[in-house]
Design a protein around this ligand. Structure first.
Ligand SMILES: *[C@@H]1O[C@H](CO)[C@@H](O)[C@H](O)[C@H]1NC(C)=O
Ligand SMILES: *[C@@H]1O[C@H](CO)[C@@H](O)[C@H](O)[C@H]1NC(C)=O
Ligand SMILES: *[C@@H]1O[C@H](CO)[C@@H](O)[C@H](O)[C@H]1NC(C)=O
Length: 276
């Protein structure tokens, strides 16, 4: 609902600008952008100029109408905030980059072209800032051992619930565990076999003793406001089920072993020893 509200406000602003200009609405913008917090946002405006019209200044304003960057084309900057950069553009266009978008940088930004002799024309671009889901990649697990999958959302304060689901090779999905401020939920048949950290932004699912049927893809789903549902998936491979527990002749070399390629090497088989 906040997003919708934001959008409708932006549309009204854009419409309001066009109506005020009365004759034309000649500034084109992307309208809306979704940007992940921490990454860069490129905002651009194009203006159609009639013959004889000259742009003598371009101003970029944030949602509070505070100037972010002001310049005379092509690139004589008279005012600029530290996190904003001018991107070279032809005279009938203007672009700025906001280097690292912060969670509270959402809202509508305006480009104002001061045109001689006709006056000012402006366009508006609305940014919504979202977080990003991070999940460790695919994993291998040894049967009978525990394994943990970790997943986190870069804007933890927006998460209200985290839900892990399992999708088998056949494609059917099941809920493994969920956590929200109201508590845990771990349905059967996972109840006694998995543990989920009691945390929202940073979630860790542990299978206590891995079985063959745990080989599947796991999705961590963050229910966030106002970003909506965001998720990521990693797959688990299970090894070692067929060997009897009396002969666990399996060794997983750590990733920092001096192998020519950096990956886990599994050596399976009987160990020769004095008893044989
Ligand atoms: C502005 O014009 C350039 C080149 O003509 C085009 O690539 C770009 O998509 C336009 N941007 C907008 C917001 O209309
Ligand atoms: C901007 O000007 C160039 C020529 O300088 C022209 O090719 C281009 O179509 C113009 N773009 C817009 C959006 O008016
Ligand atoms: C993870 O495993 C799945 C299924 O085995 C595969 O489709 C996917 O490409 C793998 N992803 C990566 C990053 O290796």
């Amino acid at each position: 609902p906040l997003v919708l509200h934001l959008w409708s406000r932006c549309l009204q602003t854009a419409a309001g600008v066009c109506l005020q200009l009365d004759v034309r609405c000649e500034v084109k913008t992307a309208g809306s952008l979704t940007v992940e917090a921490g990454s860069a946002a490129l905002l651009s405006c194009n203006i159609s100029l009639a013959t004889g019209e000259v742009v003598h200044q371009v101003r970029w304003l944030n949602r509070h109408k505070v100037p972010l960057l002001t310049y005379e084309p092509p690139a004589r900057i008279s005012h600029s905030q530290a996190h904003v950069q001018l991107t070279p553009s032809p005279r009938n266009a203007s672009s700025i980059t906001i280097r690292r978008v912060r969670p509270d940088d959402g809202g509508c930004y305006r480009c104002v072209f001061d045109v001689y002799p006709s006056g000012s024309q402006e366009g508006s671009t609305c940014i919504s800032v979202t977080g990003k889901v991070h999940l460790e990649g695919n994993r291998t697990a040894v049967s009978g051992k525990p394994v943990s999958l970790s997943c986190w959302y870069s804007l933890p304060e927006r998460v209200s619930q985290v839900l892990w689901t399992k999708t088998s090779e056949q494609g059917d999905s099941a809920t493994v565990a969920s956590y929200s401020k109201r508590g845990h939920h771990t349905p059967e048949p996972f109840r006694d076999r998995v543990r989920l950290s009691p945390t929202l932004g940073d979630s860790r699912l542990t299978v206590l003793s891995v079985r063959t049927e745990d080989e599947a893809c796991y999705t961590c789903q963050f229910h966030t406001y106002p970003d909506g549902t965001r998720s990521s998936t990693a797959c688990l491979s299970v090894y070692g089920e067929t060997r009897s527990p009396q002969h666990p002749w399996e060794m997983v070399l750590p990733a920092f072993s001096p192998a020519p390629h950096k990956h886990n090497v599994r050596i399976c088989g009987r160990v020769a020893g004095p008893s044989q």
